[in-house]
Write a protein that binds this ligand. Structure first.
Ligand code: MF3
Ligand code: CO
Ligand code: CO
Length: 258
């Protein structure tokens, strides 16, 4: 246990896995439209990973059955792709992919808007994306890990939203879930300091209503909001560099390497 600092060769492997995971999310984007099932989306993810020599970390993980998690509207995370779930106009949906390539793990997720989405839902998605961005801005050597969650929770609360605390970010790279836990609601200047070579996810889940979640009793995975209100999530795998941060799952140069 403890936080593993990665070598240059390991970082290279995690970056390659991360780029494939993100490539899958970009690849499916034009297909996320009303009428498609979440099972069909999962199949596209699985095919993309296979074409790139990778496999999905989720498939068979603690019994999880699919190559992605697909979480619709009030589903916070870990939605299981299904041929019963057909996307419809106005939905917001998250797809979360973790690729394993040559033994290394890259983990990322994003939201998609289906057709005409209400201004309220659009705002939740935009604020959640900004929560991730603010968390990434806290990533530099010597800063406290907890300042990530401090920045995220302040911004979410200022916008009238709540932060899910039943799930958190995590070290990633050599294994799927490593130390440390990355809390998305946290206090200032606590816990370990960030050091070059750390790789972990930031993956805030932000709710319109109450923060609490309940896991589906039948499938044992699907986590929903307790009040049926919407939830959104964005996730990247980041590397602490000597001078700042590299987003290892960014293939669109949204986050310049510092
Ligand atoms: N990819 C998710 C994460 O961000 C984990 C999914 S675990 C599963 O940590 F078992 F639900 F697939
Ligand atoms: Co993920
Ligand atoms: Co994750």
């Amino acid at each position: 246990m403890g936080i593993i600092l990665k070598t240059a060769a390991e970082i290279d492997g995690i970056r390659k896995a991360g780029h494939i995971a993100r490539g899958a999310l970009n690849h499916i984007a034009p297909h996320i439209q009303a009428g498609i099932t979440t099972l069909a989306i999962n199949e596209m993810v699985e095919a993309y990973l296979a074409e790139h020599g990778a496999i999905a970390a989720t498939k068979g993980y603690k019994g999880y059955p699919a190559s992605s998690c697909i979480s619709l509207n009030d589903v916070i995370c870990h939605g299981i792709p299904s041929d019963k779930d057909v996307l419809k106009d106005g939905d917001i949906v998250n797809v979360d992919v973790t690729a394993i390539l040559n033994g290394f793990y890259g983990d990322t997720c994003r939201m998609y808007l289906v057709g005409d989405v209400s201004p309220e839902a659009q705002k939740l998605v935009e604020v959640t994306k900004e929560c991730l961005n603010l968390g990434i801005k806290q990533c530099y050597p010597g800063n406290y890990l907890s300042n990530i969650g401090f920045a995220i929770s302040n911004y979410a609360r200022r916008n009238g939203y709540s932060v899910v605390t039943d799930f958190c970010g995590h070290g990633v790279g050599i294994k799927f879930h490593e130390d440390p836990e990355v809390l998305h609601e946290d206090s200032r200047n606590r816990g370990p300091k960030l050091r070059p070579g750390m790789t972990f996810t930031i993956e805030p889940m932000i709710n319109q209503g109450k923060a609490r979640s309940k896991v589906d009793r039948l499938d044992g995975w699907t986590a929903r909001t307790i009040d049926g209100k919407l939830s959104a999530q964005f996730e990247h795998t980041v590397l602490i560099t000597p001078s700042g941060v590299e987003v290892l799952t960014d293939i669109d140069n949204e986050y310049p390497i510092s």
